[in-house]
Design a protein around this ligand. Structure first.
Ligand code: PEP
Length: 251
């Protein structure tokens, strides 16, 4: 059975003290109640150790927001998969639209990042999704197909089995405009069928596909009730513990 996941992408937010408070609040909510999904936080890299220390003694999982496609060496400012592994990080987001847009990351580099993460036992959360113009001109399925093909479909069944896909329509990220439950289900079903075509039906049924884009405690239940929506990648709404916990409690 595939995993249900709610993952918080903090992006470039929070001081050390804010991070400490937020992690503590989320961990104590996990102590009090059992959730149907795995709860993952993806803080800035500086706070990963803080988070994995708490994760050791709670039900929390921890993800990074980025990783280098290189192993080690003279790459100032970069963080290698082996470093994430040494902190016992569980997941790492790759291919977020902000990294594609502001840092010029292309699918080919993302494919290498996925390889590096899997080499070190870290599960990639691979983001894909179309911009508004692509939805309007009805090329959104082609765009997502291409992103998955280039970034992930070189992986073996075993490698792919450790990947989480996050469908994040770019027009919904941070805009307050959410994909309708029908739009999310349609794309998630398309993605699952693509996985089945490229691997097989069993692999597809075991693949966790998250929705991301202005998901909050008011719309999470309806989005997550779709057959092919296995949880969410949450940006803004993951910065407040009570809101994030309500989303995790929406299954
Ligand atoms: C994101 O950036 O991954 C995201 C989903 O952001 P938001 O929830 O703020 O739209």
């Amino acid at each position: 059975m595939r995993k249900l996941i709610v993952a918080g992408n903090w992006k470039m937010n929070n001081t050390f003290e804010d991070a400490e408070n937020l992690i503590t609040e989320i961990a104590s909510a996990l102590d009090e109640k059992k959730f149907k999904c795995d709860v993952v936080i993806c803080p800035p890299a500086l706070y990963l150790e803080l988070a994995t220390d708490v994760a050791d003694i709670s039900g929390l999982f921890v993800g990074a927001q980025n990783v280098s496609d290189k192993d080690s060496g003279a790459y100032t400012g970069e963080i290698a998969a082996t470093m994430l592994e040494s902190l016992e990080v569980d997941y790492c987001i790759i291919g977020h639209s902000e990294r594609r847009k502001y840092f010029g990351e292309k699918d080919e580099v993302l494919a290498e990042k996925a390889n590096k993460l899997l080499d070190y036992g870290i599960r990639p959360i691979y983001c894909c999704g179309e911009v508004l113009e692509e939805r309007e001109n009805k090329t959104h399925f082609d765009v997502v197909r291409q992103q998955l093909k280039n970034g992930l479909f070189h992986l073996t069944d075993a490698g792919f089995g450790n990947v989480i896909i996050a469908y994040e329509p770019v027009w919904a990220i941070g805009t307050g405009v959410t994909a309708s439950p029908a739009q999310a289900q349609e794309m998630h079903n398309f993605i699952r069928n693509l996985v089945a075509e490229n691997y097989n039906r069993e692999v597809a049924e075991n693949t966790t596909i998250l929705y991301g884009g202005s998901c909050n405690s008011g719309n999470a239940k309806e989005l997550f009730s779709n057959k092919d929506v296995d949880g969410g990648l949450i940006g803004g709404a993951s910065l407040k513990a009570d809101e994030f916990i309500k989303i995790a409690d929406s299954f």
